[in-house]
Design a protein around this ligand. Structure first.
Ligand code: NAD
Length: 360
């Protein structure tokens, strides 16, 4: 567990005896402002994982230049549970007075969940449009940011986006939007996966058809014009850009050697273990870390909290992600350090500089 000069300042484990479920809330840092971070819904999340995810949010908000700290929460139930609204409302009532934490959507939660939390506490981002929200997932804020990140990062690998082959793990909110924006920019999506497996076609997959197949059959593997592979095989397909956009720790020391991509953009949070990231760096494969590459969602959420429009939010996402991707990749190159180390140094400095003036 990380305890250092940044945080975490609060770790709470909650139990709800009447409904029989647990929840976790971690506020990593409030140096830059109240902590914004998603509420993950999964029976398998651990305190340690939430702590690591909260730190990622601290760095993400810091490097994006937002006036928010980092936090994260988890509700330990199956996201398909019948009584989801009851769980969310019970959770929200318990965190009502924890006003240093502003909940947002994450895996297993969505605009409706945020509306329930908002109704109970008066605080949440990622709200439905009817409540003044900018629907992050519908608009594809994070996927848009990843595509802008790709546009900047490919130049550092001496590539250009036109015709580049892309493999994406996960075809949920982030994976889908990333595929859509990247194919609009001329890249070719050759493989995507979900929990059921991978669909692969070296000639390219149609993103619109994939979306239809996922909606109508529940899985991308039913896309007819491609080869079915195992979920895990996505990581070893021939491609230039690999985008993990599902779970933590999916690229690790046992599968990292099979990766053929030249560039990895971390769509998910902490999808690559630290040892695997080090191996990739030594092999010369560029990895844009999560809190730089997938910041589109939180940038839009912060804009929503400040009452801005979707158009303003997209402009801000593009500006910030392009600038930060270039900044960290340049620092990495000139300082002979990994992109993550470069990004952490910049993000950490800002938190500590401002933190000196806070009482915490
Ligand atoms: P989601 O629940 O909408 O989609 C997750 C997708 O991953 C689903 O298609 C699921 O089938 C797939 N998946 C799960 N396990 C898999 C496996 N083992 N192999 C292949 N596919 C698998 O979630 P999301 O909102 O798209 O978030 C994905 C990741 O991105 C998470 O790590 C989340 O923290 C991170 N993230 C999301 C946002 C956002 O705006 N939604 C912002 C930043 C980071």
């Amino acid at each position: 567990m990380i305890f250092d000069e940044i945080g975490p300042v609060r770790i709470e484990e909650l139990y709800f005896p009447r409904l029989g479920f647990r929840a976790i809330v971690v506020v990593d840092s409030v140096a830059l402002g109240p902590a914004i971070g998603g509420v993950r819904v999964s029976p398998y999340v651990t305190v340690d994982e939430v702590v690591r995810l909260a730190r990622t949010m601290t760095f993400k908000n810091s490097i994006a230049g937002l006036s928010y700290g980092g936090g994260k929460a988890a509700i330990l139930v199956d996201p398909r549970a019948q009584r989801l609204e009851e769980y969310f409302r019970a959770f929200a009532r318990r965190i009502k007075d924890l006003d240093e934490y502003i909940p947002g959507p994450d895996m297993g939660s969505n605009e409706d969940s945020m509306a329930w939390i908002y109704d109970e506490t008066g605080r949440a981002v990622g709200l439905p449009e009817e409540l003044g929200g900018l629907p992050l997932d519908k608009l594809g804020a994070t996927g848009y940011g990843l595509s802008e990140c790709a546009e900047t990062a490919v130049a550092f690998a001496n590539l250009s986006l036109q015709g580049l082959r892309v493999a994406i793990q996960g075809f949920g909110s982030v994976g889908k939007a990333t595929a859509r924006f990247l194919s609009e920019k001329g890249a070719v999506i050759v493989a995507v996966s979900d929990t059921k497996g991978t669909i692969y076609n070296p000639e390219g997959l149609s993103v619109n058809e994939l979306i239809d197949v996922k909606i109508s059959t529940g899985s991308v593997i039913n896309y007819p014009k491609g080869t079915r592979l195992l979920s895990e095989e996505l990581f070893s397909v021939d491609c230039e850009i690999l985008i993990p956009a599902a779970n933590p720790d999916v690229i690790h020391k046992d599968n990292v050697e099979f990766i053929k991509a030249r560039l990895i953009l971390e769509g998910a949070n902490i999808p690559v273990t630290p040892d695997a990231e080090e191996i990739l760096y030594k092999k010369g494969i560029l990895v844009v870390p999560d809190f730089v590459a997938n910041a589109g969602g939180v940038i839009m959420a912060a804009m929503e909290y400040e009452g801005r429009t979707a158009q303003e939010a997209f402009k801000k996402i593009s500006e910030k992600i392009k600038k930060n991707t270039a900044l960290i990749l340049e620092r990495s190159k000139s300082g002979h350090i990994s992109p993550r180390k470069a990004a952490i140094t910049i993000a950490r400095e800002r938190v500590l500089d401002v933190g000196r003036y806070r009482w915490i």
